[in-house]
Write a protein that binds this ligand. Structure first.
Ligand code: SF4
Ligand code: SF4
Length: 367
């Protein structure tokens, strides 16, 4: 089993490299080689946080969601069509859904890597042990401030900070910290605490920390968090760039951090220098609708067609063409940002899970 996993770690970056090259070099409407690099599974919309920049918590639980069998069929379809790629389960709070860990176990058996993005509030000692024993490849926990009042202000529920700390302590006790990352929204209320979060991540031995600029989603209270002191936020981002250069495990490419500085100065500007990655991802809603970009209309439903047929459809081809021409500010979000080719190659081979780390890990974990 360990030998098989080691082989998989070596093979995966090459598969991703092939996928990256095929997607970059083939025309947007080509169906021969183009495949998504990642599939975002939205198991549920509902969330137990009350974040000011998000409205997931306003969503009802819904009654027309996909069944467990539907999700399993989807996993098989993903594996058969796109190969050993990554699935990402996020938004609302995935740990509210009891199907989460069984689904991850099935994905892993199919050779798919699973990442979960969570607010961390439901991870107690028992859940941390289940996560550590599961086949989850990585867990991202949202955490915005070293001070309780900072985190709780943005997340809208008092006590959220304490729950995140408890989640991290529980994961540490269960031996799951090396697969855990922190995801932090950069905004007006927390920019003085970003470097303290980086220090925490380094001291604790977490896998890394990734930052994302606050985005103005309609219908949310994002304005409460928008920075009044733009130069202060830019100085904080400069400090992140400096820390990253010095070896801190900050997972954003430098070009994304640099673009964040421009974004806070002019939040409406577009970014023709970047290509949106949403064309290389497929999002599957709780009802089975398929989106590339969540702001654009769906291109099909897995209840009606296979993934291959959906990608080959006229609607999908048109949407992929639209995405190529779109450079709106949401292009800076972690799901959609694609840096330079050099940064993409570094991300493939040098980060956690990359081939060089795999070789290093072999010494600690003989097959
Ligand atoms: S934790 Fe995530 S999904 Fe839940 S309300 Fe906040 S941003 Fe939205
Ligand atoms: S830039 Fe934003 S709106 Fe445009 S395709 Fe990407 S995610 Fe969608």
């Amino acid at each position: 089993m360990k030998r098989e996993r080691f082989r998989e770690r070596i093979r995966r970056p090459w598969h991703k490299l092939f996928r990256l090259a095929a997607n970059e070099l083939s025309p947007p409407d080509s169906v021969l080689f183009r495949r998504p690099e990642c599939f975002g599974l939205q198991l549920i919309r509902h969330c137990n946080s009350r974040c000011r920049h998000c409205d997931a918590w306003n969503s009802s639980r819904g009654s027309d969601g996909l069944s467990f069998q539907d999700w399993l069929r989807l996993l098989h379809d993903i594996r058969a069509w796109a190969g050993p790629c990554r699935i990402e389960i996020a938004s609302g709070e995935p740990f509210l859904d009891p199907r989460l860990l069984p689904l991850i176990a099935r994905a892993r058996r199919l050779g798919l890597r699973a990442t979960v993005i969570s607010n961390g509030t439901l991870i107690d000692h028992g859940m941390a042990r289940r996560i550590a024993a599961s086949d989850l490849s990585s867990l991202l926990i949202s955490w915005d401030g070293i001070r309780p009042e900072t985190h709780d202000l943005g997340r809208g529920v008092s006590g959220s900070h304490a729950r995140v700390l408890k989640a991290i302590a529980s994961l540490e006790a269960a031996g799951g910290l090396a697969r855990t990352m922190i995801s932090t929204i950069v905004s007006g209320h927390n920019h003085r605490e970003l470097t303290a979060l980086v220090s925490y991540v380094m001291e604790k031995g977490l896998q890394g920390i990734i930052f994302q600029a606050l985005q103005p989603f309609a219908g949310t209270d994002w304005r409460d968090l928008w920075p009044k002191d733009v130069s202060g936020v830019q100085a904080a981002i400069d400090e992140l760039l400096r820390l990253k250069k010095g070896g801190a495990r900050i997972l954003n490419p430098p070009s994304q951090l640099a673009a964040m500085k421009r974004y806070f100065a002019d939040p409406l500007r577009h970014y023709p220098e970047f290509t949106c990655r949403s064309g290389s991802r497929m999002l599957i809603s709780p009802e089975g609708s398929i989106h590339y970009c969540p702001s654009m209309s769906p291109v099909g439903n897995i209840r009606d067609s296979s993934l291959a047929a959906i990608q080959a459809s006229a609607a999908a081809r048109a949407r992929l063409g639209d995405i190529r021409k779109c450079h709106r500010p949401c292009i800076l979000m972690n799901c959609y940002f694609r840096g330079s080719l050099g940064e993409s190659l570094r991300a493939l081979f040098l980060p956690p899970g990359g081939i060089l780390r795999s070789l290093a890990r072999r010494r600690q974990e003989p097959p």
